[in-house]
Write a protein that binds this ligand. Structure first.
Ligand code: ATP
Ligand code: MG
Length: 447
């Protein structure tokens, strides 16, 4: 992409309404525009990051054997009357009436609808196990929408639902989700710690929330600092192997880690004092096992091995896709702007032309641009007729992990500058080496 033709409405001023870094930076970098309280347009740069995050979520869900699909945002109220949640949900639910006077709602979640789909089509235990998911906009009329996309009213969520014959199978599905989530967040450059949580209005037995540590997080968390040494890495996982998934869950959840809702001082005191931490965290996902709550209320049964109908065991599993954009920025920024992890960056690198209009500089930039595109990468080429300082400030603000700076002085000796946004370190290399380095970096990041 050439910046001269792109739509990147960066702001010079710091918007007064933004209280936290991610909100400020998303507005300043021209990623979002607020349309109403907690409702945002995603401008081109923001949209690209959202898509990268969605893509990672899809890849990891499919890897775990879960099936993507899409349910509508609007739902008939009658489904929710069956589960009893139409009245129970309260003012967070946006209720709508259509021209035929039918009660509708903008879905805050999809347990009822997926259970309806299941009961319409699945009749035998032989069709299990089954996990379906979608990535769709949700609406919750939050009392206090704030912090930009972190607590919106309309927000994008991945929500998945497992259907299993037995509690044991459903617990494997739960573990499988936990494992797939660990890999998902790590690919986004995040450490998200699974913490035992309260089950809240969805109700149920087992639940973990995934929290990213950040001062601006809304949750209070308590944990054993050893947890922060754990990494998932590129280990091979057989998602059909219950023992392996259970072992990974054990590895990542055996140390103390809880939110304030389930925090237990007596248990916490058993952690050696120098490893006890209390901090703030951002909830970026949650998994639940809730058994037969919805299947019994809504008649989602299958014929079991003995021919008798049995209600299926279910769970639901959510990732806050749009919240993640903010969470990643909270975890990765500095005073100049965003610092994107390579896994989610909107463009792989920036090219800064220091002397626009100078024939040899222009042609070196064009050459690098063409080679990067040929390698399947997406560079953002700042080809505007601007001062170098302004170009650097824009690149730093929007946070691309790498910058290739091209100017007449370097070109005299055949070099350009390759700069890491994270460390600020620069190296002088030939244009060919700069391109090769980008291929290497993103090749190994699996991009
Ligand atoms: P919270 O406690 O933050 O209100 P929740 O527990 O009600 O969230 P879930 O039902 O667990 O939310 O939804 C799954 C995920 O969707 C959450 O982990 C979070 O990342 C995201 N999410 C929930 N509410 C919002 C919101 N208002 N804006 C953006 N993302 C949200
Ligand atoms: Mg939650």
């Amino acid at each position: 992409m050439r910046l001269s033709r792109y739509f990147l409405p960066v702001l010079k001023e710091t918007p007064a309404e933004a209280q936290i870094a991610s909100h400020r930076l998303m507005l300043r970098a021209g990623m979002i525009k607020q349309q109403a309280a907690g409702i945002y347009s995603w401008l081109p740069l923001g949209w690209k990051v959202l898509r990268r995050i969605e893509q990672i979520v899809h890849e990891e869900q499919i890897r775990a054997g879960h099936h993507p699909m899409l349910m509508p945002t609007l739902q008939p109220a009658d489904l929710w009357r069956e589960s009893g949640r139409y009245d129970a949900y309260g003012p967070e639910m946006l209720r709508i009436r259509d021209r035929g006077d039918r009660d509708m709602l903008y879905g805050p979640t999809n347990e009822e609808m997926i259970t309806d789909i299941f009961r319409s089509h699945v009749t035998s235990y032989r069709e299990l196990p089954l996990t379906l998911y979608h990535i769709q906009w949700k609406f919750r009329d939050e009392v206090r929408p704030r912090f930009g996309v972190m607590r919106g009213r309309e927000f994008l969520m991945k929500d998945g639902y497992n259907f299993d014959l037995t509690r044991e199978d459903a617990l494997h599905a739960y573990n499988r989700h936990l494992v797939s989530y660990l890999r998902t967040y790590e690919r986004m450059g995040l450490q998200a710690i699974p913490m035992r949580a309260d089950s809240g209005p969805i109700g149920g037995d087992d639940t973990h929330e995934f929290l990213v540590l950040a001062e601006t997080g809304e949750s209070e968390v308590f944990y054993d600092s050893e947890i922060t040494d754990l990494t998932f890495g590129d280990r091979e996982v057989d998602y059909d192997d219950p023992a392996q998934c259970a072992a990974i869950l054990e590895e990542f959840t055996s140390r103390y880690a809880r939110t304030d809702e389930t925090h237990d001082e007596a248990e916490f005191d058993k952690v050696p004092e120098d490893r006890r931490r209390s901090a703030r965290g951002i909830e970026v996902g949650q998994i639940f096992y809730f058994g037969t709550k919805y299947s019994e209320a809504m008649g989602a049964t299958v014929q079991g091995p003995d021919g008798k109908p049995v209600p299926v065991h279910m769970g639901s599993h959510g990732i806050g896709v749009s919240r993640l954009v903010g969470a990643i920025i909270e975890a990765s920024h500095d005073e100049k702007g965003i610092v994107w992890p390579e896994g989610v960056t909107p463009f792989h690198c920036g090219i800064v032309n220091l002397r626009q209009g100078d024939a040899s500089t222009d042609s070196a930039c064009e050459g690098i641009y063409a080679e990067l595109v040929k390698a399947g990468l997406e560079p953002l080429y700042d080809d505007r007729d601007e001062r170098a300082g302004a170009k650097f400030a824009t690149m730093d603000l929007i946070g691309l992990p790498w910058r290739i700076t091209v100017g007449p002085r370097g070109l005299k000796t055949g070099v350009v500058e390759l700069t890491s946004r994270r460390t600020g370190e620069s190296e002088e290399v030939s244009p060919e080496v700069a391109v090769a380095r980008m291929k290497d970096v993103y090749g190994s990041a699996g991009v």
